[in-house]
Design a protein around this ligand. Structure first.
Ligand code: FMN
Length: 189
């Protein structure tokens, strides 16, 4: 595939579109290698990833359910708790996406978030180019306080969501949906 095709055919493939078959770890390694080449101001390389697969998926599910219960207390909805516990099990791999804040705070935090997003895009493009199902979720425990320890990250680091990976059950790759660029771009000559 040329670069235009890879970029324009990147898609969100959701867990209900996964077959249950495992993604080859070598593809996940390739995704991580490509993440490494994302742009990074002052070369801080702020991306951090934890890959959950095999028994790790249940560990993530258990942690999510427990974090939800702890946060909601008596208000916790058992259906939501169950969903948080079981969601990772629908995937082949779940990659927790972290932003590391370096001690020197070399660049503004927003730049580090942008850099991690570029790394995620590199991974997502790689997955789509291999026709691996992938999407970025900022649901679940993404914006919870006090979850960094579980991922082995420091207090200033930030969880930016999860990449869910799985083999698609259908050969039909979804169509994309975007509006035109006319009202979003202005050329000044
Ligand atoms: C930062 C970010 C967070 C996202 N979080 C979610 C999410 O929590 N749930 C979800 O269903 N999709 C999420 N998405 C995926 C978008 O819904 C998806 O990109 C959009 O529908 C366009 O579809 P496409 O990726 O196939 O082009 C997220 C995307 C980005 C960039």
């Amino acid at each position: 595939m040329d670069h235009n095709t890879i970029i324009r055919e990147r898609r969100s493939i959701y867990t209900n579109m996964f077959s249950g078959e495992k993604v080859d770890d070598r593809i996940v390694s390739e995704m991580l290698e490509n993440a490494r080449w994302a742009p990074t101001h002052r070369l801080t390389e702020p991306w951090r990833f934890v890959i959950f697969t095999g028994d790790g998926l249940a560990k993530l599910g258990d942690f999510q359910a427990q974090a939800y219960l702890q946060r909601e207390g008596d208000e916790a909805d058992p259906a939501k708790q169950k969903k948080l516990q079981e969601k990772p099990l629908e995937c082949s791999h779940v990659i927790a996406i972290g932003m590391h804040r370096d001690e020197r705070e070399s660049v503004p935090e927003v730049e580090e978030i942008c850099s991690v997003a570029c790394a995620v895009q590199n991974m997502w493009l790689t997955a789509s180019a291999h026709r691996i199902g992938c999407y970025w979720s900022t649901g679940g425990i993404t914006f919870y306080e006090g979850v960094n320890d579980f991922f082995g990250w420091g207090p200033e680091d930030r969880l930016l969501g999860f990449l869910y990976l799985g083999m698609p059950k259908s050969d039909r790759w979804p169509e994309g949906r975007r509006s035109g660029m006319e009202d979003k771009v202005r050329w000044e000559r």
